[in-house]
Design a protein around this ligand. Sequence first.
Ligand code: V55
Ligand code: FE
Length: 486
Amino acid sequence: MAHFPDTPGFTGVLRPLRIECDIHDLEVEGEVPAELDGTFHRVHPDAQFPPKFENDQFFNGDGMISLFHFRKGKVDFRQRYAQTDKWKIEREAGESLFGAYRNPLTDDPRVEGMIRGTANTNVMVHGGKLYATKEDSPPLLMDPLTLETFGYTDFNGKMKSQTFGAHHKIDPKSGNLCNISYASTGLLTRDCTYLEVNPQGELVLETFFEVPYYAMLHDFGLTEDYVVVHVVPIVSSWDRLRAGLPHFGFDTKLPVWLGVMPRRGEGRDMRWFKAPKTVFASHVMNAFNDGSKVYFDIPQAEGNSFPFFPDVDGKPFDPIASRPYLHRWCVDMNSKKDEFESVEQLSPMIDEFPRIDERYVSQPYRHGWMLVMDPDMPMETAGSRASGFRMNKLGHIDHATGEQKSWWAGPSSMIQEPCFVPRSATSPEGDGYLIALVDDLNTNYSDLVILEALRIEEGPIARLKLPFRMRSGLHGNWADRSKLRG
Ligand code: V55
Ligand code: FE
């Protein structure tokens, strides 16, 4: 019997969904542009069985993968669980065997030593395979169209790291998938790697580096010449795990570091720059370098943005300080000091989940999009993401002019991370569509909306209508049809 906890994490907006289904030819309002030819995959955490602990974290749920398959103006929908090793053994047992988020001390002895991954954070097609990722484990490979799970890969034994980050990016020049890993030699270790996987799916580079302290390395920046890693004090320790505390806590006593390593260098070449103050920052919009100057664009908050990873010294969560705003950090590799050159606020909007035209990853770029929370707009329904944010707008920033635009989804709506799709392979930067799931908390339906990416303020040109409300998710990516085969 599936008795889920009667807590905010499993009721209301965050009620488990657990729907695996196929919908042929989704109902549409408006016209789906016929040049949209390919797939949009996205993922949300969705516990297969009631968790072992009432206070289970949103981030601990099993990965549920959604696929929107676009072809000739029609869209088919498919949704399947990522069949991780965890998912399989629990399905067999008929109950949860793995315990708390990133705490193996709480697991059933039957699963000792098994890979704990849930594949619940990101999905991206590379070399004809779907990579479903969670930063505590290796990548899970799946079929991009059937969503059949093939299993974890260590790239024929070549990958030394035990983990593989969830914010992999495709280098537009080499076509390589670039990524970082942390806790690479075991839980809570300071060992990290930078790695590249070529379009044939072969691991072609892996180099180790060490962070100043163990922390959640959730994302990173890639530039033409450098790998850029932000270390923010979302920390942990064996003491925390033994005490049964949430894996991570926020430690304002520790500095924020920005590590910069030459792309074609070794991990030991990593240089560390200290931020002017301790802030919270997670997702990177983009990074690029102009000679020795490295620019790193990231939503930054004055205080912790994760209420479920509380302050290690017991300071109360501050919802106002938790609000992130896009900033630009700059460091200079020619500088003799270990300090930042500058930190500049780029947007007045409360924003997170930044995206770009990914053909410009690592390059100077003009356009960025993000989820925005505008607390001044009317909200007719209760509910928010697990973070407490109620993302009710899509935002666009033009870095060339500074101009910023937004589209409000309405008083009962909450938006999930958008994704940019170029109009064609050769169209100029930003010329294309922005797609995003919009959850209506009043009707309890979700639509995948399609907007003109450079005119988002005009609102959707089409809405693909799901017959249910999608669970709040993490990340997703577009793949052009030419990328679906290896
Ligand atoms: C995040 C999400 C995770 C995780 C660590 O910031 C960080 C997002 C969905 O799981 O394990
Ligand atoms: Fe993320």
